[in-house]
Write a protein that binds this ligand. Structure first.
Ligand SMILES: *Cc1c(COP(=O)(O)O)cnc(C)c1O
Length: 396
C-alpha cells in the first residue's frame, strides 16, 4: 500500500485543494470593471437590480442586500423585533454568526439539538425548548440540505413564532420542488467567496412581507429615510429623517455587479456541485468506515459542503489523525462546525457541554471534503483516492 504523505510518502496531489473556493470568469471581471468606470461605487443601480434578481430567482417579493451574511441575520433579527429577554431557538452545529445575531439584539440563543441523520435542527428538540419567552426559530440548512421546514413552520404557527432561515449554504437548494428563499418570514443568504455565489462580501434577506421589508431598508442605512410618505414633509428637498436606530450595513454597487454576473452562473455551479457530490456518493460508499451525507427526500441540496462522518469504532485513530493525514495528501479538508456553545464567549455566558448530545457526538467525527464548482474530475478523483488511501491505512 502507498505510504501516507504524513509518514513521508508522496502526496496524492502536488497542489493544495481547498474545501471551497469562488469561481470568477472573465465575464464577471468585465462586468465589475464597468461599475468602476461609472458614477456609483456604493449604493447605485446595481444594488437594486441585484435585489430584484435574487428575489426573482427564489420567488420572493422583496430582497434587501447588505454588506455580509452576518449583517443580514442581524437585520432579520431586528425586523422581527427581538428584545432583551427574548429567546430564539437555533442549531448549535453552525457558524457562530447564526447565534451571534441573537446576542446582537440582547436576546438569548437557545440551542436545540440536531437530527443525527441530517445534521439539521430537530423539530422535536425545538418543541422541547419552547418557553413563554421564545420569539423565533433560526433553522440552518446545514450544507445546503433543507431543514424540515414543514414541521418547523407548524411549530412556529402553533406558538406564534417567527422563522428566520439561515440559508447561507442554500441558495439554489429546493424544498419540495420550491427554491429556498420564500418559504418563511425571512430568509438570509451569504455571498462570502466559499458560498454558492459570491459578491466578495455580501448578504441578503428575502421576504414576502411588506412591513418587514420596509423595516429592513431602514435598518440597513442608519434608520434614515428620504421617503416622503414616511416623514414629516414640510421641509425642502435636502430633508431626511432618522426614524429608528440603524447601522451602515450597505453593500457597494461594485459587489452587487459581481453578484448579478455570478447569479447567471448559479445553476451551472449548483449542477457541478451536485455532480461532484454524486461522484463522492458513488465512489466512497464502498468504505465501511465512513458515513456519507444522507440525501434528503424532501428537497435537493445545493451541496455547499460535503460532510462525511468517521465510524470511529472501525478506525485505529481519531478524527484529528485522519484530518492531518488528508491535509498532508494536499486535500484541504475542514471541520464544519465546532458546536457554537463550545466557544469561550458562549461558555462565559453559561452554556455548558452536554447541552446537545447529537451535535456534540457528530462534531467528534465530521470531516468536510472539498467541493466547489471549479474542481475538475481529476480533483474529485484525488479526493476519492486520498480518502481511500488514508481510511484503508487506519482501518482496524
Ligand atoms: C457564512 C455563514 C454565515 C455568515 O455569512 P457572512 O457573509 O460570512 O457574514 C451565516 N451562517 C452560516 C451558516 C454561514 O455558513
Amino acid at each position: 500500500m502507498d505510504k501516507l504523505a504524513i509518514n513521508g510518502g508522496n502526496a496524492v496531489r502536488d497542489t493544495f485543494l481547498s474545501y471551497g473556493k469562488q469561481s470568477i470568469s472573465e465575464e464577471d471581471i468585465n462586468f465589475v470593471s464597468g461599475v468602476l468606470r461609472g458614477d456609483y461605487l456604493t449604493t447605485g443601480p446595481y444594488v437594486e437590480t441585484f435585489e430584484e434578481k435574487i428575489a426573482d430567482y427564489v420567488g420572493a417579493k422583496y430582497a434587501v442586500a447588505v454588506c455580509n451574511g452576518t449583517a443580514a441575520l442581524h437585520m432579520a433579527c431586528d425586523a422581527v423585533g427581538l428584545k432583551p429577554g427574548d429567546e430564539v431557538i437555533v442549531s448549535p452545529l453552525t457558524f457562530a454568526a447564526s447565534a451571534n445575531c441573537i446576542l446582537y439584539m440582547g436576546a438569548k440563543p437557545v440551542f436545540a439539538d440536531i437530527n443525527p441523520d441530517t445534521l439539521n435542527i430537530d423539530p422535536l428538540s425545538i418543541k422541547s425548548k419552547i418557553t413563554t419567552r421564545t420569539k423565533a426559530i433560526i433553522p440552518v440548512h446545514f450544507s445546503g440540505n433543507p431543514a424540515d421546514l414543514d414541521s418547523i413552520q407548524c411549530i412556529a404557527r402553533e406558538n406564534q413564532l417567527h422563522v428566520i432561515e439561515d440559508a447561507a449554504h442554500a441558495l439554489g437548494a429546493t424544498y419540495k420542488n420550491t427554491k429556498i428563499g420564500a418559504l418563511s418570514d425571512l430568509t438570509e443568504f451569504s455571498f462570502h467567496p466559499v458560498k454558492p455565489i459570491t459578491t466578495g462580501e455580501g448578504g441578503i434577506v428575502t421576504t414576502n412581507d411588506d412591513k418587514l421589508y420596509k423595516k429592513m431598508k431602514l435598518f440597513r442605512s442608519h434608520g434614515i429615510t428620504r421617503d416622503r410618505s414616511l416623514i414629516n414633509d414640510k421641509h425642502g428637498d435636502w430633508y431626511y429623517e432618522q426614524l429608528s436606530l440603524g447601522y451602515n450595513y450597505r453593500i457597494p454597487d461594485i459587489n452587487c455587479a459581481l453578484g448579478i454576473s455570478q447569479l447567471q452562473r448559479l445553476d451551472e455551479f449548483t449542477k457541478r456541485r451536485r455532480q461532484i457530490a454524486h461522484m463522492y456518493d458513488e465512489k466512497l460508499c464502498e468504505l465501511g468506515e465512513i458515513e456519507l451525507p444522507i440525501r434528503s427526500s424532501i428537497g435537493e441540496s445545493s451541496y455547499h459542503i460535503y460532510v462525511i462522518r468517521l465510524k470511529l469504532d472501525y478506525l485505529t485513530v481519531g478524527r484529528r489523525k485522519i484530518y492531518d493525514a488528508l491535509r498532508a495528501e494536499n486535500i484541504g479538508v475542514n471541520v464544519h462546525y465546532i458546536p457554537v456553545y463550545y466557544h469561550p464567549h458562549y461558555a462565559a455566558l453559561g452554556y455548558k457541554k452536554g447541552l446537545c448530545k447529537n451535535a456534540e457526538e457528530s462534531y467528534e467525527r465530521i470531516i468536510t471534503l472539498p467541493i466547489h464548482p471549479s474542481m475538475d474530475d481529476n480533483d474529485v478523483y484525488d479526493v476519492i483516492n486520498a480518502v481511500n488511501k488514508v481510511i484503508k491505512k487506519f482501518r482496524i
